[in-house]
Design a protein around this ligand. Structure first.
Ligand SMILES: Cc1cc2nc3c(=O)[nH]c(=O)nc-3n(C[C@H](O)[C@H](O)[C@H](O)COP(=O)(O)O)c2cc1C
Length: 185
């Protein structure tokens, strides 16, 4: 199972990006999570370019299409979706390959919830499929964890394991995925 990870923060010390890197490092057998740098590289959305988009947009759309599922970890800025993530998602509006794509939403700062609600509504409008059981809320901001310690926090690891199991189930409902270390291929 191929999963594409997207961070809505460009900070070098981003907690959202750290979460995705940690999840990628702890994906169970048969699951590959690749963190895509596209959100920081895509041009600003321009509907005039939608039909014949720049190369980076084409590559991004293709990576999304080829993924079985997405994991989106994105911060709240001023009670809204980060511009970086909204821009990335706007490039997917109307792409039929995005329809019904299972998506796990990650919130690394549970005191913030408005951006998550807004992003879920945007994805619903686009007919993507936010998978509630796979969506994760972990208080990395309040935990004071060093980024390199993120994987040491057992609650964070448990949340990541649950996320993979629920995403795998959303993608392949008939597959036995009760334990995250079961081979999923
Ligand atoms: C410009 C700006 C606006 C922010 N607005 C909010 C907000 O409205 N609500 C909130 O809970 N946190 C807010 N924060 C805190 C960020 O969500 C928090 O720092 C988060 O960890 C950033 O994600 P990152 O670590 O992946 O870069 C804001 C931070 C910045 C820089």
């Amino acid at each position: 199972m191929k999963i594409l990870g997207l961070s809505g923060s460009l900070r070098a010390a981003s907690l959202n990006s750290a979460f995705l890197r940690m999840a990628a490092a702890h994906a169970p057998d048969g699951v590959m999570l690749v963190v895509d740098p596209a959100p920081g590289r895509l041009p600003l959305f321009n509907a005039d370019l939608d039909a014949a988009p720049p190369d980076e947009v084409r590559r991004f759309r293709s990576a999304v299409a080829q993924a079985d599922a997405l994991v989106i970890a994105s911060p709240e800025y001023a009670h809204g979706i980060s511009g970086v993530m909204k821009n990335a998602v706007d490039w997917l509006v109307g792409d039929p390959r995005f329809v019904a794509k299972p998506i796990a939403l990650v919130n690394t700062s549970p005191r913030a919830h408005l951006a998550q609600v807004a992003l879920a509504e945007t994805l619903r409008t686009m007919s993507a499929r936010a998978v509630e059981d796979a969506s994760v809320s972990v208080d990395l901001l309040g935990s004071g964890l060093d980024l390199s310690d993120v994987s040491q926090a057992t609650d964070v690891r448990a949340a990541v394991d649950r996320m993979f199991v629920a995403l795998a189930h959303a993608c392949f409902p008939s597959m036995s995925v009760e334990h995250p270390d079961l081979p999923l291929t």
